[in-house]
Design a protein around this ligand. Structure first.
Ligand code: FES
Length: 180
């Protein structure tokens, strides 16, 4: 009777410390091994998915666009090709810049993208706005330096310009630094 009673009591006892620790050890070991294997399988996929985001965007790269000797005080339109990486897709984009030399001989290049809704502006393209950039979509117009005179909320953006060995190089498009 007493041994039966002892057995009953033993089965109701909480697991001994040693037994619990072994179970925990197994749980942790199996969990750790599973997590390690899962990380080994998943991390390369994550890396592959975000790789284009992590890659350096090529800041500072610029493209040879025009000979300095051809730049005048009158804005001129130049078209050039730029390689663009969109995720895994590499393509050639055709871009336009309006380039001129100011009264001090400093060369700058404006983007033709209207700051109202993104149409393309042209220089001296509307007889009502001589010596200005004009947008055919909703009538925005800008002065020689890209200052917004009507409709558009901001001045035209400009390209980062570099001059080297007789050539004008254009880089990224940045907010206009010449006018407020
Ligand atoms: S997009 Fe140029 S005025 Fe509207």
């Amino acid at each position: 009777m007493s041994s039966e009673h002892d057995q009953h009591e033993a089965s109701n006892k909480p697991p001994s410390r040693k037994e619990m620790s072994r179970r925990q050890f197994l749980t942790y070991t199996l969990g750790g091994a599973t997590a390690y294997m899962a990380a080994g399988a998943i991390l390369p996929m994550v890396r592959f998915a975000v790789d284009p985001i992590l890659q350096h965007k090529g800041e500072g790269t610029s493209v040879k666009v025009a000979e300095i000797s051809k730049i005048t005080n009158e804005p001129q339109e130049f078209t050039f090709e730029l390689q663009q990486q969109d995720g895994w897709y590499l393509s050639n984009a055709s871009l336009v810049a309006w380039i001129r030399k100011d009264e001090q001989g400093k060369i700058y290049a404006l983007s033709p993208i209207c700051k109202h809704l993104g149409c393309t502006v042209g220089w001296n393209s509307d007889k009502n706005y001589p010596d200005e950039y004009h947008c055919p979509c909703h009538g925005a117009h800008y002065d020689k330096e890209g200052k917004n005179l009507a409709v558009a909320p901001k001045p035209l953006d400009e390209y980062v310009v570099k001059e080297d060995q007789g050539w004008v190089y254009l880089g990224e498009i940045v907010p206009n630094t010449r006018v407020k």
